[in-house]
Ligand binder design. Structure first.
Ligand code: NDP
Length: 475
């Protein structure tokens, strides 16, 4: 079942010299048109369970000092009932609702009302108005890139408050962590539902909408490709970057402040988690223009997966290491700390260089040097839904010649470093590396499926030239 589809893509214009499989690429590029039983089952499972998974982790920290098995064991042995655990869970509060509203409003204002000025004085930084990739319908959107500026201003205000203004305690995020979780859920569901309704009734670009005929799939994976309000408020760019990634470093700072308040000092593990994750976050904003060319923007539609995921999953589960260290102030030996730092930095180096190589290669249309040499290239072509033929190139040099997604390997090394900073006392901080391994392996398969549809035989030539996906000789 569930394979009901309503593709309404215009037919491709005929042309003789398309090198890929035109039929396969037409209309298949982007997220799926059809839903199989396995995908549908996974989606319903996630829609039902993901909010409880997040709640379980945060509650386990709040009530069981981050022992993941604690609640299950208590319930199984009759020491506690679900209702007891629920009764001890802090409810939503007026203060949390006000804080969250203020936070989101502030980020909306920074995003919409303050054109980028960082690119005017930061050498090498690309901000201001930039173009995204060609959408499946052949549209090229313009974006106001001002995330670095929003991050800087938000953090300046945070430090000004902590050291001068004292408007609020730096522990404010930790102190309201569960009440804020309810607020984040409300926003996550509201924005996903709004995006779905908008996709049906007033889409920004109707030709870039996809309907599978399955309500749950449409809700989860999104209908609209790039929903916008007005000319500039882009849902994908805003929700991923602002309530999600700007918050990441603030949350960690709040956890560090709480650790100091409770234990009198900030441990080297907390410093490592703050520093390594801050590098990742600053990198994201420094390269926000590059983000326009990633799968989130180029392939994924905006549904619950991105809307709720950015509001709830990312800020709550990506910050578990810092939360754990509030309850367990791990102080690492120098050797352990240096090992974690090196792993994190090498992972970051691979992640950044691999992403940079592809970005440079695509921006210069291959007229660049990769590892000091002219890059090896596979010429390819594809057809967008408006029937236009486009040409592109696949890089076969540098990290893209080592494996087809070596950038993910760097990301995984960095993720493992955050977890190892928490020592071996509990499983909870290791959730991140388990999740990232599943996410990136699945993403790799998803991406390759799309690239195969988009480029057809040209993609086969690339997989023949670079046979491994992530790790040479293994996968
Ligand atoms: P990539 O940056 O790897 O982009 C994949 C796309 O790049 C493909 O769809 C294809 O797009 C193009 N491409 C593939 N192979 C080549 C090649 N050889 N030469 C040129 N272009 C190629 O994927 P993501 O967007 O998933 O990841 C970006 C980064 O973000 C990664 O480093 C990842 O680790 C990280 N990430 C982090 C997450 C987190 O939660 N922390 C979540 C997701 C990603 P095209 O159609 O343009 O050809």
């Amino acid at each position: 079942m569930a394979a009901k589809s309503q593709p309404s893509v215009p037919k491709a214009k005929s042309g003789d010299s398309v090198t890929n499989d035109r039929t396969a690429s037409q209309g298949q590029w982007g997220r799926a048109w059809e839903v199989d039983w396995f995908s549908l089952g996974s989606i319903i499972f996630l829609l039902l369970c993901a909010p409880f998974i997040v709640y379980y982790f945060i509650m386990a920290c709040d009530q069981y000092s981050c022992a993941l098995t604690g609640p299950v064991v208590d319930i199984a042995t009759g020491r506690a009932r679900l209702s007891d655990i629920w009764a001890k869970t802090p409810p939503i509060t007026r203060k949390a609702a006000q804080l969250y509203t203020l936070w989101v409003t502030f980020q909306v204002l920074l995003y919409t009302s303050l054109p980028d000025f960082c690119h005017k004085f930061l050498p090498g930084y690309v901000g201001g108005i930039q173009e995204g990739a060609v959408t499946p319908a052949g549209v090229v959107n313009k974006y106001q890139i001002n995330g670095l500026q929003a991050w800087l201003l938000t953090h300046l205000l945070w430090f000004a408050n902590a050291h001068l203004l004292s408007w609020f305690s730096p522990t404010i995020i930790f102190d309201n962590w569960i009440p804020l979780l309810w607020c984040a859920n409300i926003l996550g569901y509201a924005v996903s539902t709004f995006a779905m309704v908008k996709g049906y009734f007033f889409p920004t670009s109707a030709r870039d909408c996809k309907f599978t005929g399955n309500f749950f799939y449409n809700y989860m994976m999104g209908v609209e490709f790039n929903p916008r309000i007005g000319k500039w408020f882009d849902f994908k760019l805003f929700f991923n970057g602002r309530p999600g990634i700007v918050a990441w470093t603030l949350i960690n700072l709040s956890f560090a402040a709480k650790q100091r308040e409770l234990h009198g000092h900030v441990t080297n593990a907390m410093v490592l988690v703050n520093v390594l994750q801050a590098i990742y976050v600053i990198d994201f904003f420094w390269n926000e223009t590059w983000y326009l060319k990633t799968i989130d923007i180029c392939h994924d539609h905006f549904g619950w997966y991105l809307g709720w995921g950015d509001c709830v999953w990312l800020p709550y589960l990506y910050t578990l290491q810092g939360l754990y260290l509030v309850y367990h102030p791990v102080q690492l030996s120098t050797l352990h700390a240096v090992g974690v730092l090196l792993l994190g930095l090498v992972g970051y180096y691979i992640f950044r260089v691999a992403n940079h190589q592809k970005d440079l290669f695509r921006r210069t249309d291959g007229r660049c040097l990769i590892w000091g040499k002219k890059p090896k290239v596979i010429e390819c072509s594809y057809t967008s839904a408006d029937g236009q033929r486009h040409h592109s190139k696949l890089l076969v040099s540098g990290f893209w010649g080592v494996a087809r997604h070596f950038n993910y390997v760097g990301d995984l090394m960095g993720s493992l470093a955050y977890c190892l900073a928490c020592g071996g006392g509990h499983l909870l901080p290791y959730f991140y590396i388990i999740y990232m391994a599943i996410l990136l392996t699945h993403r790799c398969l998803r991406d390759e499926h799309r690239c195969a549809s988009k480029y057809g035989r040209d993609w086969e030539r690339y997989t023949a030239a670079v046979p491994y996906r992530l790790l040479p000789g293994i996968f």
